[in-house]
Design a protein around this ligand. Structure first.
Ligand code: CA
Length: 459
């Protein structure tokens, strides 16, 4: 364990009040536990695990204008807070008794469904990669049709990684690939085709993570390799039969790829950018504007679900709920290790055995996970400028900031958290300077300096 992750873990344990007793409970629930939960520096805290309001908090004054909404989700760990809010009764608790969760076939379907809205048979909002809400609001990925959306909460941090096909065992493909850059770049001359990598949707998270990782190691993802959007099942089949080399993906795929001996994990996104922003809850602006109390009721329910989900004692039940046939429809044992932060990496790399390396929903060592920092919206849009991705009218930082101020409704998150009596409300809309594994820093006060300092970017 690195010093920073050791420190992070200790702070996490202190802030969540995870005691030796709960470590034992975790061991009982999840089988082989993270050895790091036995952390002698963390057992003296008396902090309460989560902040939970009293039951039946809905008064006549904050009764929701509407009790129904249709929210889309993708069956990956990012959507767990929505499923938990539904299954554990948190939506009901806050008066949203008619929330319908609608499984989306893929990200393009989610986009198309939010464009038509629930009135047209689609969805009102749900789970999104970034910066999809901004791109949909500006009509960039909706054929020019602008559907204003609001980002309301972050659903999760981490839980993603970069998998490599087994044919590349022993070639030095880890977190830092600078030693393997020539092997990747020369693939065409030695193998007759370029090194081929996949993500699931262009110009959003998984595309950014693998681009960042390649470029930090000296490989230009635009020119040195082929990088394209491919459905997960097809990517995995390609990794099996030797026609696909890398996959930027989320749980449960990293565990499956190693367990099924399809390949190995080069790195977890937890290593590339510890506690990075991942996926978000965003809803159509027309729905939120018409139903502000219902929006806050939804937010309170999701926040309480996130607090519940981060209690290690609840993770075994979480796995049972999300893995069920009506949600992820996968064997629970495939999700149990990632939810304990246990990642076999393969290719001779040390396994992770650290709760904080896996998905976190409410709190991490940097602070609140659920709160939607505007500085993170800015990083996603800055990275879009780096790779010259289509941004419509968002051509410079002035316009980008205007769009962020319109789309990001951290003010509603704050109101909801205060009304519900939750603590851990961030003081600022910026999380401050972000540091990546290669030492690169992103200062939200000066995104241009970050862009200027990057060696590999699209001309
Ligand atoms: Ca993801």
């Amino acid at each position: 364990m690195s010093d920073i992750s050791r420190l992070s873990r200790r702070r996490f344990l202190i802030t969540t009040g995870l005691t030796a007793a709960t470590s034992v409970a975790l061991k009982g629930c999840l089988g082989n536990p993270p050895t790091a939960t036995v952390d002698s520096g963390a057992t003296g805290s008396a902090a309460s695990p989560v902040t939970s309001p009293a039951a039946s908090p809905v008064t006549a004054a904050d009764a929701p204008e509407i009790t129904t909404i249709k929210l889309g989700y993708i069956p990956i760990v990012e959507s767990a807070p929505l499923i938990i809010a539904k299954e554990k009764g948190f939506f009901d608790k806050y008066g949203m008794t008619g929330v319908e969760l609608s499984k989306q076939a893929n990200w393009a379907s989610a986009r198309d469904n939010v464009t038509i809205g629930s009135a047209g048979g689609g969805i009102d909002g749900g789970q999104w990669q970034m910066p999809m809400p901004h791109l949909i609001s500006e009509g960039v990925i909706t054929n020019g049709e602008k559907i204003p959306m609001y980002v309301l909460a972050q659903l999760v941090t981490q839980g993603n990684g970069i998998a490599i096909a087994g044919i590349h065992n022993g070639k030095g493909l880890g977190l830092d690939i600078s030693g393997a850059a020539d092997y990747i770049k020369n693939f065409q001359s030695t193998q007759g085709r370029k090194f081929k990598a996949a993500h699931t949707f262009p110009h959003v998270n998984q595309d950014f993570w693998i681009r960042y990782w390649f470029a930090a190691g000296g490989v230009n993802p635009d020119t040195d390799i082929d990088l394209l959007a491919v459905p997960p099942a097809e990517t995995v089949q390609g990794m099996r039969n030797g026609t696909m080399d890398a996959f930027s993906t989320g749980d449960p795929w990293p565990y499956r790829i190693v367990a099924d001996e399809i390949g190995f994990m080069a790195t977890l996104t937890h290593e590339v950018w510890p506690f990075h922003p991942e996926e978000y809850l965003a809803i159509r602006a027309d729905w939120v504007d018409a139903n502000p109390k219902a929006t806050k009721a939804l937010l309170k329910a999701v926040m309480e679900a996130q607090q519940w989900a981060d209690d290690p004692a609840n993770r075994a039940e979480l796995v049972q709920l999300v893995s069920g046939r009506n949600y992820f429809n996968i064997p629970a044992n495939i999700l149990t290790p990632p939810y304990a932060g246990q990642y076999a990496m393969g290719d001779g790399k040390s396994a992770f055995n650290e709760f904080n390396a896996g998905p976190l929903y409410w709190k991490d060592p940097r602070g609140n996970v659920s709160y939607p920092y505007k500085s993170h919206d800015l990083w996603f849009l800055t990275e879009s400028l780096r790779w010259k991705f289509p941004l419509g009218g968002m051509k410079d930082f002035t316009v980008i900031q205007q769009v962020i101020d319109k789309v990001n409704r951290e003010d509603l998150w704050r109101e909801a958290a205060k009304e519900a009596g939750f603590s851990d409300i961030p003081a600022d809309t910026s999380r401050g300077v972000e540091t990546f594994f290669d030492g690169t820093k992103f200062d939200p006060q000066n995104p241009q300096a970050y862009l200027d300092g990057l060696k590999i970017k699209r001309a």
